[in-house]
Design a protein around this ligand. Structure first.
Ligand SMILES: [Zn+2]
Length: 274
């Protein structure tokens, strides 16, 4: 529930077994499964989700400053961005009945104002604002050597922006493809991660087959259109991360922050290659 009068700042997820270690910053956290799972492993975590109230708006100067400070003081061990993907979706194709596309290959940062309603122009404006903020925090992470992971649907147009394309060419960044069905949910939901300085992120690379029944469930994937038997939209049911994905991601984050021997060796090898 929104609480507009709360003071700016994140929700803190205090670990049961407190370790003297750097924290996880879960941004655009939704149900904060990443922060929660990390805290269960003993990592102090904080999550930011504007749906809880405007006090968690990362665009607020005070909040943005806090996040940047966590990074430059190396209090943050890893930053996770689940960048809101609505305006980057390819699902809006226009046609006779559907809503018109907000972006396309030619106008990746938004189609010209004359092609969009005022409401859609506002959506693109806000989507771009979050994108530019995220890119600036990503650059801050890279400047200070703080690992990050950014998650978005594989078909999201965010991957086509020149800024993302540039990151893909950076030898310390990598792109990992995965399908959520492989983390035990009935929908496929093809997803990609862009990561920096996270050598074990490849452990999350689990994909289903391109055609045919799901290799995990053995039956066709649930298509995320319309509602389930309780009238709940499939898209909103599929919005939180699968529990297993959050758990496996938390393990990758734990290894990245606490730096197991193998992890340190892999990172050193990466830096040498770069
Ligand atoms: Zn599958």
């Amino acid at each position: 529930m929104k609480s507009p009068h709360s003071r700016p700042g994140p929700t803190l997820h205090t670990p049961i077994h407190r370790r003297r270690t750097r924290c996880v910053v879960d941004i655009f956290a939704g149900t904060a499964k990443i922060a929660h799972r990390c805290s269960l492993l003993g990592l102090p975590s904080e999550s930011w989700e504007i749906a809880r109230g405007d006090h968690q708006d990362v665009l607020l100067a005070e909040n943005s400053r806090r996040i940047r400070l966590q990074i430059e003081k190396h209090r943050a061990g890893l930053v996770w961005f689940a960048l809101p993907c609505q305006t980057w979706s390819r699902a809006r194709r226009g046609g006779r009945t559907g809503p018109p596309p907000l972006r396309n290959k030619e106008f990746i940062m938004g189609r010209p104002p004359e092609c969009l309603s005022d409401k859609d122009q506002n959506k693109v404006y806000y989507g771009n604002k979050l994108f530019h903020w995220t890119m600036s925090v990503i650059r801050h992470c890279m400047r200070h050597g703080v690992p990050f992971i950014l998650e978005n649907p594989r078909t999201s147009m965010v991957w086509d922006t020149p800024a993302m394309q540039k990151l893909f060419r950076n030898p310390l960044c990598s792109r990992t493809n995965l399908d959520f069905c492989q983390f035990h949910v009935p929908w496929k939901k093809a997803t990609s991660l862009l990561s920096f300085n996270v050598p074990s992120v490849g452990r999350l690379h689990k994909q289903c087959t391109y055609r045919g029944p799901c290799t995990w469930s053995g039956v066709p994937h649930v298509v995320l259109t319309g509602t389930d038997e309780h009238g709940v939209f499939w898209t909103s049911r599929a919005s939180p991360y699968p529990d297993l994905f959050a758990a496996k991601s938390a393990q990758v984050i734990y290894d990245t922050i606490t730096g197991s021997k193998a992890e340190r060796a892999a990172r050193a090898a990466q830096v040498t290659r770069a």
